[in-house]
Design a protein around this ligand. Structure first.
Ligand code: NAP
Length: 259
């Protein structure tokens, strides 16, 4: 299927690896020129070079922390009029409500709610004027099934979800859509780190621990950044113009629910 995206311009945040990179690659495969971002400059540069060579699109790396005003300004300066915005960043740390201070909550809300809202605010009205726009927020399946150890993430991401619900309906008549994609467990560096920590905590072998966690998922495996990216790219496509305000779960069936 031709997604009708050739020649479009996208900002993909937090995209040197993992789900952001999977999304950047899927868009590049459809002929989209990219501005990609992450904090670690050399890793980001290497990813940009690989994508550019593999897909023959223009890829501009902009190193910086996307949760800061400076990081966001640098990305927007490199691509002031994107057709596509993919919001992504690292998630807040785990912990327990009892230990969290207000600054922990402020950081979580800044990173996973205010940052995407700031980027949406800076780009959505231009998209409306131009008559095309696709915004995808990478959030988490915790929006639908809160994770006990990730209260900061549950709260901040649910806040973003609520904030864009009304906006997505206000901009749809100008062919601008806003959707969120909710990953379940995907095989990325972040997941590998979590598996190593979990195995250590339970005093078990990391491979056995990882296999057991994968088998808890109805698909009996973790997702891949490639298949996650393909879902995001479809939502960014010409073909997905009638899908807006949705929260699409990509979790191999892990959430046992019909809605
Ligand atoms: P990952 O493999 O660790 O990759 C994270 C990417 O984001 C890297 O490119 C990292 O590069 C960049 N990044 C992190 N913080 C950043 C910041 N403040 N500014 C700019 N770039 C930043 O992680 P992932 O698994 O793809 O996860 C992506 C998001 O999905 C996270 O919010 C995570 O919580 C969420 N999620 C993941 C899973 C999963 O199973 N993988 C499940 C549910 C939710 P630098 O470190 O160089 O900045």
């Amino acid at each position: 299927m031709d997604l009708g995206l050739k020649g479009r311009k996208a900002i993909v945040c937090a995209a040197s690896k993992g789900l952001g990179r999977g999304t950047a690659e899927a868009l590049a495969g459809e002929g989209v020129d990219l501005v990609i971002n992450a904090r670690t400059a050399d890793e980001l540069q290497a990813t940009a070079g690989t994508i550019e060579t593999e897909y023959g699109v223009s890829v501009t790396p902009v190193a910086g922390d996307i949760t800061t005003p400076e990081g966001r300004d640098a990305v927007l300066q490199a691509c002031p009029e994107p057709d596509i915005l993919v919001n992504n960043a690292g998630g807040p740390p785990p912990g327990d409500f009892k230990e969290f201070g207000l600054d922990d909550w402020r950081r979580a809300v800044e990173g996973n709610m205010i940052t995407p809202l700031a980027l949406i605010h800076a780009t959505v009205y231009g998209m409306m004027d131009r008559g095309f726009g696709r915004i995808v927020n990478i959030t988490s399946f915790s929006v639908k099934a809160p994770i006990p150890t990730l209260e900061l993430s549950n709260g901040a991401r649910a806040g973003l979800t609520g904030a864009v619900a009304a906006l997505s309906r206000k901009v749809a008549h100008r062919n601008v859509t806003i959707n969120s994609v909710l990953p379940g467990a995907h095989a990325t560096d972040r997941l590998r780190t979590n598996m190593a920590a979990g195995a250590k905590k339970h005093g078990v072998d990391v491979e056995a621990f990882t296999e057991a966690r994968a088998n808890d998922i109805p698909a009996h495996r973790f997702g891949t950044p490639e298949e996650f990216g393909a879902v995001c790219a479809f939502l960014c496509s010409d073909k997905a113009g009638f899908i807006t305000g949705q929260n699409i779960v990509v979790d191999g069936g892990a959430i046992n629910a019909t809605l």
